[in-house]
Design a protein around this ligand. Structure first.
Ligand SMILES: Cc1cc2nc3c(=O)[nH]c(=O)nc-3n(C[C@H](O)[C@H](O)[C@H](O)COP(=O)(O)OP(=O)(O)OC[C@H]3O[C@@H](n4cnc5c(N)ncnc54)[C@H](O)[C@@H]3O)c2cc1C
Length: 319
């Protein structure tokens, strides 16, 4: 098959790699470039989503990530600051109550209780996507950047992987800031998942030296949000200096599950990973690649038709 992948984020790059390795003739088109969207502007952690239905995709995605990234066996770990109960956290993630987080993570102020969860590999915002793009190129995929989509032969299959710019997906903006403090664990204020999965708000999180997390339906003033996040960080890690700020929408689907599968005769979609795309993206890429190659149908729960997304909706919104 000939495949045009639209969007060079984690979804598009990992699908392109898997398709090209299976013998497909793959072109990836992105108006802005590799990792220009959320896949270059996230907080940079591969982690089990802890709650919710995406957890089962994570193990497969981690296995695939290990093929392109040199990840240690043991995760860096997450410290949920202020949490005092392990209820609802899967036992496989070995949740542990920590009386004083400063005893296991020196950047945290003394006296803050936490729950430590055994997941979370800190890789940096662009690393995984760039590694998948390199793998795709090695397998023969070609990348075209610019406003003009490449010409395609009749019969070409289109895979829409345009993240928050995909029809049927809602943008939830997040601001991140590079700061002068680096944590060894992933640090997050209790309640972060609910905020970034659609609840909205501004909470303290730190992944390496990348501060977050904000979540808003409208594009915010990123410098103002970064200042507020830095002020919020003070209670957990002391004063910080902001070196750079970024803003990007997370691609939210109506039910929190990505849309993965066929939308028309030669049209497929892989989008809507919300706050978890770097962590689970390659697993959904494998599912959509298998569907395109006629190897296996995607699971029904990911079927884009659950929201009536059919042929007419396969176009992407303007940027
Ligand atoms: C602040 C923030 C922090 C996050 N932190 C994490 C984290 O630590 N761990 C994690 O797992 N996930 C995180 N996420 C979520 C993750 O970044 C996303 O789920 C993931 O990057 C989405 O990948 P994608 O490939 O679907 O979309 P994107 O990476 O957004 O890629 C879509 C691409 O499509 C291109 N495009 C758009 N329209 C067109 C068009 N018409 N033609 C051609 N190209 C087009 C864009 O330029 C873009 O490059 C975070 C997200 C945000 C915003």
């Amino acid at each position: 098959v000939d495949v045009l992948v639209v969007g060079a984020g984690i979804a598009g790059c990992s699908a392109a790699a898997l398709l090209a390795e299976a013998g497909a003739d793959v072109v990836v088109h992105d108006t802005k470039g590799v990792a220009a969207g959320a896949s270059g502007r996230n907080q940079g952690v591969l982690q089990h989503p802890v709650e919710g239905p995406l957890g089962e995709l994570f193990d497969e995605a981690l296995r695939l990530h290990r093929e392109v990234l040199d990840l240690p066996d043991a995760p860096d770990g997450i410290l949920m600051l202020g949490a005092t109960s392990t209820e609802g956290i899967p036992a496989a993630l070995r949740p542990e109550l920590v009386e004083d987080a400063a005893e296991v993570e020196p950047v945290v102020r003394p006296g803050i209780p936490a729950v430590r969860v055994d997941t979370g590999w800190i890789v940096g915002p662009q690393t995984a996507t760039r590694a998948w793009a390199r793998r795709a190129e090695r397998a023969g995929a070609r990348f075209v950047v610019g406003d003009e989509p490449p010409a395609t032969a009749a019969g070409t299959v289109t895979l829409i992987a345009t993240g928050a710019w995909t029809a049927g997906i809602t943008p939830l903006y997040g601001v991140t800031a590079d700061i002068d403090v680096r944590g060894g664990h992933v640090l997050e204020e209790a309640g972060t998942n609910a905020a970034v999965e659609g609840g909205g708000g501004e909470l303290f999180t730190l992944v390496g030296d990348v501060l977050g997390a904000s979540a808003s339906r409208e594009r915010p003033d990123q410098e103002a949000v970064a200042r507020r996040l830095a002020a919020r960080a003070e209670a957990f890690i002391g004063p910080v200096t902001v070196r750079a700020t970024r803003c990007c929408p997370r691609p939210l689907s109506p039910d929190g599950l990505p849309l993965v599968g066929r939308t028309g005769e030669r049209a497929y979609v892989c989008a809507g990973h919300g706050p978890w795309g770097i962590s689970v993206g390659p697993a959904t890429a494998r599912i959509v690649a298998d569907a395109i190659l006629g190897r296996a149908d995607p699971p029904e729960r990911l079927d884009p038709a659950r929201f009536g997304l059919q042929q007419a909706d396969r176009t992407v919104r303007g940027r």
